[in-house]
Design a protein around this ligand. Sequence first.
Ligand SMILES: C[S@@+](CC[C@H](N)C(=O)[O-])C[C@H]1O[C@@H](n2cnc3c(N)ncnc32)[C@H](O)[C@@H]1O
Length: 295
Amino acid sequence: MMTYNEAYTYAAKILSIVLSGDIKDELKICFEEYLKIPTWRVTTYPDHRLSRDEASKLLDYLARRARREPWQYIVGKSYFMGLEFQVDKTVFIPRPETEDLVTYTYIMVRKFNFKSIWDVGTGCGAIAIALKRMLPDVAVYASDIISLRLARRNASNIGVKVHFKRGNLLDAFAELKVDTIASNPPYIPSTRYWDLPPEVLYEPRTSYDGGTDGLEVIKQLIPQTVSHLTPHGVLLIELDSTQSDRVLELAHQYYPHACILKDTFGKPRFLVTSKRDITLYPWETLRDRFMVGLS
Ligand SMILES: C[S@@+](CC[C@H](N)C(=O)[O-])C[C@H]1O[C@@H](n2cnc3c(N)ncnc32)[C@H](O)[C@@H]1O
């Protein structure tokens, strides 16, 4: 059987052939998260031999990564807002950009003393569960067109109570009115779907495909929110940075106030719209202050 050192060198070689860029994090995930062998053991005991089971797991990991399966599906988990979420091929893998959506939502809920949030298209529950952890006194609802099995399990593992219901957009809780609706809907145009990185094609297509122009779900969602928000409620939607002008125009058909906020990389990424004048507030500055722990 291979020694730790041989296994590490072999994994580094295979991963650097099949993936581009820095593979340090990938190696760490493979050894620490999947094989449960801490890196310090590899450096301290380089001549220790892998067990048969460890060697077979290593080969399994490398074969799956060579086919560009996302590491999150191989290890069965992902991290979001510092929390661990179970994921599998039935759900979208939460992305770092969406952490900004959570931060903006949190800041607005605190600022306006809101009491309720609805995460539409919750997937593994990431947005809803992170917000409930940050705002335990706020009622959090979450829905999706797909099964909520993993979302419910994640809420239970993380120890928060979220009201989950399966359904198409806002039909899920037909009578519900909330102060905040936050959503990361599918927004990739169908024509761009096959150009996405190979890892992405492992994720459910319903998480990405936003129809011909990428806006089919957003076009249905915005008008539906009008009757589900309280009079001064706020709607936040994540979007593709190339769609911001179109989505802003769309929002202005239903709401008097709307603006686009940037993500931490400076890209126009989130629609915020409301009957209250939300444009009066420096949300991006408040987000930056929140990130460095000033608020
Ligand atoms: C981009 S994923 C976001 C998942 C999760 N909120 C996150 O940010 O990690 C979009 C989600 O919207 C859901 N979805 C797509 N169409 C929907 C619809 N018509 N009604 C409800 N949910 C829908 C998908 O199943 C998927 O979970």
